[in-house]
Design a protein around this ligand. Structure first.
Ligand SMILES: Cc1cc2nc3c(=O)[nH]c(=O)nc-3n(C[C@H](O)[C@H](O)[C@H](O)COP(=O)(O)O)c2cc1C
Length: 362
C-alpha cells in the first residue's frame, strides 16, 4: 500500500478518533506520526523539477525553487532523495544536538504530537529526538546532488549552558568538515526544551567568535527565531546578526502563545487544543503562524534595507506556508526562501508525491 494511501486512510478515521477520550486521541496521533514518519522518510518519489523561473540563488547556492522543508521533518538526515525528487527547492536535516536525545515522554506518551486537521494546525512536544552530531554529521552523503543541503543544529539542553555552547561549536565544526553540507541553520527557537532566551545575544556572539569568523570554506549560517519574539527583540537580534556577519535569519518556529493561537482553532477542535496545551505544552504550527511570519519577515527585510549590511543577508520564512499564494506573498516582500511543515503534510494528504508539483505547476 502506498504511504500516501496509509496517511489518507488514517485521516479518514478522524471523525471516529474525535469520539475517543482526549488522552487516547493524543496517544493515537503520537503513535501514528511515529509509524508514518518511519516509512515516509525512506519513501521514493517520481521526479518533478520546478520550471527554471522558480530557481533562486542564495549565497551562490542554486535552489530549485523558493520552497523547501523546514527543520524537524528529517531529523536524522533521511529523506534527501525523496524531498528533491518531489521538487523541493532544497533540503534541511535536523535539528540535531551534540549528544543523542530520545526526546520527551509525557504522561506515558512518547514524543507527543497532535494534528487538528480542520484548523490546519499541528502541535508537537517532541523535544529534539535525534541520533547526535557524531553520527549525523557523517551521514549525509549523496552522489546525485541537485539541490542544496542545509543542516539545523541546536545547543544541547542536557548540559549547563557553557558546556552546551562548547559542544555546539564542536558540532558546527563536524558539519563544516562534511563538504556535502551547504548551509547551517542554528535553532534558537525550540519551544520544547527550556532555554534561557535572555542569553541569546551572548550565545550569538560566542558562536560568531568561535565558528563564524573562523570558517575556512563557504558555509552560510542562518539563525532560526520564533515569531513569538516580537518586533523589538527581533531588531536587537538583527543588530547582532549584522554586526557578526551572520548570513540570514529564519522567521520563525512553532509558537507557545496559546491564547493568541487559540483564535485560529475551529470550534470542534478547541477541546483537544485546550487539553493538549494544558497537559503537554508544545509548539503550535500551521495556519495560525501565517500572518505573524509574514509580518516579522517584512520587518526584518525593511530593517535590512535601513541598515544596508555590506554583504549578502537573506530572510527566510517558516510558519503557515500552505501554497502558491503564500509563496507569492513572501516574494512580494522580498523573502528569499520559504520552508513548510504543517502545510506540507496537509497538501501531502491530497496530492501525495505531487506535493511540490501542485504548487509550482499552476
Ligand atoms: C513535528 C514537528 C517537529 C518539528 N521539529 C523541529 C525541529 O527539530 N527544528 C526546528 O527548527 N523546527 C522544528 N519544527 C518547527 C517547524 O520547522 C516549523 O518551523 C514550524 O512548524 C512552523 O511551520 P509550519 O507552520 O509550516 O508548521 C517542528 C515542527 C513540527 C510540527
Amino acid at each position: 500500500m502506498k504511504i500516501q494511501s496509509i496517511a489518507k486512510l488514517a485521516y479518514s478515521f478522524n471523525p471516529i478518533i474525535k469520539l475517543l477520550p482526549k488522552s487516547m486521541q493524543v496517544k493515537l496521533y503520537s503513535y501514528a506520526r511515529l509509524k508514518f514518519m518511519d516509512k515516509f522518510v525512506t519513501n521514493t518519489s517520481v521526479s518533478f523539477v520546478p520550471d527554471s523561473k522558480w530557481q533562486r540563488t542564495l549565497w551562490g547556492l542554486k535552489f530549485q525553487s523558493p520552497l523547501m522543508n523546514s527543520a524537524g521533518m528529517f531529523k536524522n538526515g533521511d529523506g534527501y532523495d525523496l524531498a528533491v525528487s518531489q521538487g523541493a527547492g532544497g533540503y534541511i536535516g535536523g535539528t540535531s544536538t551534540y549528544n543523542p536525545r530520545v526526546g520527551n515522554t509525557k504522561h506515558d506518551i512518547k514524543l507527543p504530537f497532535i494534528t487538528l486537521p480542520n484548523s490546519h494546525i499541528s502541535i508537537n512536544t517532541l523535544g529534539l529526538p535525534n541520533l547526535g552530531d557524531e553520527i549525523l554529521s557523517k551521514k549525509i552523503i549523496t552522489n546525485a546532488k541537485t539541490a542544496p543541503i542545509g543542516w539545523s543544529l541546536m545547543r544541547t539542553p542536557d548540559y549547563e549552558e557553557h558546556i552546551g555552547m562548547e559542544n555546539l561549536i564542536k558540532s558546527l565544526w563536524m558539519y563544516h568538515d562534511n563538504p556535502q553540507i551547504d548551509f547551517i541553520e542554528i535553532n534558537e527557537s525550540c519551544p520544547n526544551i527550556s532555554v534561557n532566551s535572555e542569553n541569546i545575544t551572548n550565545r550569538l556572539v560566542y558562536i560568531a567568535e568561535h565558528f563564524l569568523s573562523k570558517r575556512n570554506r563557504h558555509l552560510p549560517v542562518v539563525v532560526k527565531l520564533s515569531t513569538d519574539i516580537g518586533s523589538e527583540v527581533l531588531k536587537q537580534i538583527l543588530n547582532i546578526l549584522f554586526q557578526k556577519r551572520y548570513d540570514g535569519v529564519n522567521l520563525g518556529n512553532t509558537s507557545t502563545n496559546y491564547s493568541l493561537m487559540r483564535q485560529y482553532i475551529s470550534p470542534g477542535e478547541l477541546g483537544l487544543y485546550d487539553y493538549y496545551t494544558k497537559n503537554f505544552s508544545g509548539g503550535v504550527g500551521g495556519i495560525s503562524l501565517r500572518d505573524n511570519s509574514l509580518i516579522l519577515c517584512d520587518e526584518a527585510i525593511k530593517y535590512r534595507e535601513f541598515i544596508k549590511p555590506d554583504y549578502e543577508f537573506h530572510v527566510l520564512r517558516s510558519g503557515g506556508i500552505f501554497g502558491l499564494d503564500d509563496i507569492k506573498a513572501s516574494i512580494e516582500i522580498g523573502v528569499s526562501m520559504n520552508q513548510w511543515y504543517t502545510g506540507y503534510f496537509t497538501n501531502y494528504l491530497q496530492k501525495g508525491d505531487e506535493v511540490y508539483k501542485s504548487v509550482f505547476s499552476s
